[in-house]
Design a protein around this ligand. Sequence first.
Ligand SMILES: [Fe+2]
Length: 293
Amino acid sequence: MLQRLADAQTGDITDLIDTHRYPLHDCDAPELKALIEHARAALAEDGCCLLKDFLRPEALRAACEQGQSLSGKTFYSVRKVNAYFTEDDPALPNDDPRRTFMERTSGFVTRDMIAPDTVMQRLYVSPMMKRFIAACLGEAQIYEYADPFAGLVMNVLPEGTQQPWHFDTNEFIVSMMTQKPLGGGEFEYAPMIRTRTEENLGAVGRTVRGEDRSRVKVLTLNPGDLQIFKGRFSVHRVTPVEGPRERHTAIFAYSEKPGIIGRAQRTLQLYGRLSEAHLLAEQRLVRSDALID
Ligand SMILES: [Fe+2]
């Protein structure tokens, strides 16, 4: 069989996904329409949609092995962060969630290190995948990030590491676990705890301080499940991993506009380095004149 590579033009991924349950290739299939309806309802109600066993078993095995061989390239940066990734502000009251700082200890393998023949890279760029995710979100079209590092990453959590409570900066995220730890590493979220117009600081504060678990849902994720999550409105975390087996998750970042490149400061914090694309994007932001060079 010909080796298949990530391809944004045709990108057939029917050899990777369970097309019986998820006929992404067949736009007219009633099963696909029902699936999109189900996803839209789940996202509207809960901000979260879980599509179980999205991958074929052999593709999942390959994805798991590819994740294991990449994990040595993980960049870790331990940082104290609040749920909003903002600096501390002593003028705020102590029970404001912006004053609760927690340790982020997980690491990332960036897109530039993930080969074009891997399961994750093929899924990420595939037009079938983008069309399907866009439909679930009610968007006309979604795009890959232009960012050379951040569009597709693998999040790696060895024993004792965690993702503390936070809101995402992007509206939605698509992810897939490829390796489950022996214990811990649970995904917890407080569905739609804030809206576009209401921060709901009191409830967010009680949740991130662990005083109130009433809004918290625990989602059991398994390798090969695809998760679509509106992390901008639902504060969420991954609890500390227990045991020697790492937790590996591929994160697919898409946006409603093409050409998105992350800010230099945040890129440095997360990935420890910059690409020329980041440097140029930053220069364009700084320059305010309209002169010809
Ligand atoms: Fe997140």
